[in-house]
Design a protein around this ligand. Structure first.
Ligand SMILES: [Zn+2]
Ligand SMILES: [Zn+2]
Length: 474
């Protein structure tokens, strides 16, 4: 009986163990099932396109060309010395459609009008150009929302975007209404050229008019908060955080410096905007800018920790600055369009697929073949675009010459030829790297020193509207 009792007891224990295991497996399976959507990320894509700079006179009076180009009519897609002819713009937008017709949305960060003399320009001209570009984006992508920002060239008089209503803000608001009909964006867009709209559940687009802070904008120079944009920016990001939303910040001019070392935004504005970006580091998922015309990025640090980043997309225009009077000549760069890959659930950026047009090749063949220039993940071994991974890349740029030279080539969108530098010494590298990692004026000044052995450094500084040359005493 005792033996039988023990056997029964063991049998019961065994059954209990098996049942427990079954229960555990069932629970694990259920957990597994529940976890499936988290494991398989939902990856989507969106376009970022910037600085079209459309010049309708490229094949006639060549108003934007920085040097006379005798055979320009023989070049169907334009020239490195001039802004974009319509053929180039048309091919860029159709290339976007051909490469990824189902992008979730499009970011368009301004500078639509050409680099031409003010005597040849007018508000009417600017409005017509914005209208041409809005129309082509709407025609080619009729079902895709576009988040559009103003550029410093999208105003007359040039660069003087005001902190109040005007005919250009109104005209743009009317044209772009279709992309944000149900939002309150129109009010702020008309008032100050900025707005916020929901992109999708959990994600908002905060579109800034950073041209209000531009060095060359004299209208806003003495105003502490032009158009109330700083206060608004702070409020909408607070509100986004309270609602559990993330934000993509979209603007034309970033804070910080050009690669050449010149600042873009007035120092007082630069500091305020940087402080707000750092304050809202947990809400801002990514930032997107244009204006440089080159392919670069920027990092914001909070107590030496990288906390925010901005991706600066290269321009569609191939225009390069040449000012013989001051011996200034910037390198040629190819036209670029950019596809971003992102996680639709977390809004985390996964990759940049940079496309470009090899301009001389397109002109030779009379055919625009837009090609993949690089995938960020493959080019730099960065598999998620975060502040930390970009900070690691900066460290690689500082230490590994081959990585820096790759960045240096991509910075001008793989342009080749006589006007393209093939080397970059230590001082040159420092300028490029400091423009990425120091968005604060004082920190940037410290970063670029010391430079030469003779105590002097001659640097050509360029802003896209003013050119000047300095001799700096170190
Ligand atoms: Zn610009
Ligand atoms: Zn531009």
């Amino acid at each position: 009986m005792l033996t039988l009792g023990l056997q029964v007891q063991n049998w019961v224990k065994l059954q209990f163990k098996m049942a427990s295991r079954m229960y555990m497996y069932t629970v694990l399976m259920l957990v597994g099932l529940v976890s499936v959507p988290k494991v398989i990320a939902d990856i989507g894509s969106f376009w970022h396109v910037t600085d079209f700079h459309y010049d309708s006179t490229v094949f006639t009076s060549q108003d934007s060309c920085t040097s006379p180009v005798a055979d320009i009519e023989q070049k169907p897609y334009g020239d490195y010395l001039c802004d974009s002819p319509w053929s180039l713009i048309n091919s860029s937008v159709h290339a976007m459609k051909q490469i990824e017709p189902n992008a979730d949305f499009i970011l368009w960060t301004g500078d639509n009008a050409p680099h031409i003399d003010e005597s040849k320009d007018s508000s009417e001209n600017i409005i017509n150009i914005i209208s041409n570009l809005t129309s082509i984006l709407m025609d080619v992508f009729p079902n895709t929302k576009v988040y559009a920002a103003h550029g410093n060239h999208d105003y007359f008089p040039h660069n003087q975007l005001p902190p109040h209503e005007n005919e250009i803000y109104h005209a743009a608001a009317n044209m772009w209404q279709r992309w944000h009909r149900d939002s309150t964006a129109n009010t702020t867009l008309r008032k100050g050229g900025y707005y916020m709209v929901s992109i999708k559940q959990g994600l908002v687009a905060v579109v800034l008019n950073t041209n209000l802070y531009y060095n060359s904008n004299k209208v806003t120079a003495d105003i502490s908060d032009p158009a109330g944009q700083f206060q608004w920016f702070d409020q909408v990001l607070d509100q986004a955080a309270q609602n559990g939303n993330k934000a993509y910040v979209i603007a034309h001019i970033p804070t910080g410096m050009y690669e050449e070392g010149d600042s873009m935004i007035r120092p007082q504005f630069n500091k305020k905007l940087n402080d707000l970006i750092i304050k809202h580091k947990n809400t801002i998922a990514a930032m997107f800018y244009g204006h440089h015309h080159t392919d670069t990025f920027k990092l914001w640090y909070d107590q030496d920790e990288p906390v925010a980043f901005g991706l600066v997309a290269p321009s569609v225009t191939p225009w390069r600055a040449i000012v013989p009077a001051i011996n200034l000549s910037t390198p040629a760069h190819n036209p670029g369009i950019r596809l971003l890959r992102y996680d639709r659930l977390t809004f985390q950026l996964k990759d940049i697929w940079q496309y470009y047009l090899e301009l001389p090749d397109a002109n030779d063949k009379s055919k625009a073949q837009w090609k993949l220039e690089y995938k960020f993940s493959e080019a730099y071994g960065v598999h998620e675009i975060t502040s930390a991974s970009l900070a690691q890349l900066v460290s690689d740029l500082e230490k590994k010459t081959d990585v820096f030279m790759k960045y240096f080539r991509y910075n001008i969108v793989s342009a080749k030829g006589e006007s393209v530098p093939t080397s970059c010494d230590t001082n040159c590298q420092r300028l490029y790297i400091c423009s990425i990692k120091e968005v604060d004026d004082d920190r940037h000044s410290k970063c670029v020193k010391p430079v030469s052995s003779n105590g002097f450094r001659l640097v050509a500084f360029i802003s896209w509207d003013f050119y000047f040359l300095f001799t700096i005493m170190i």
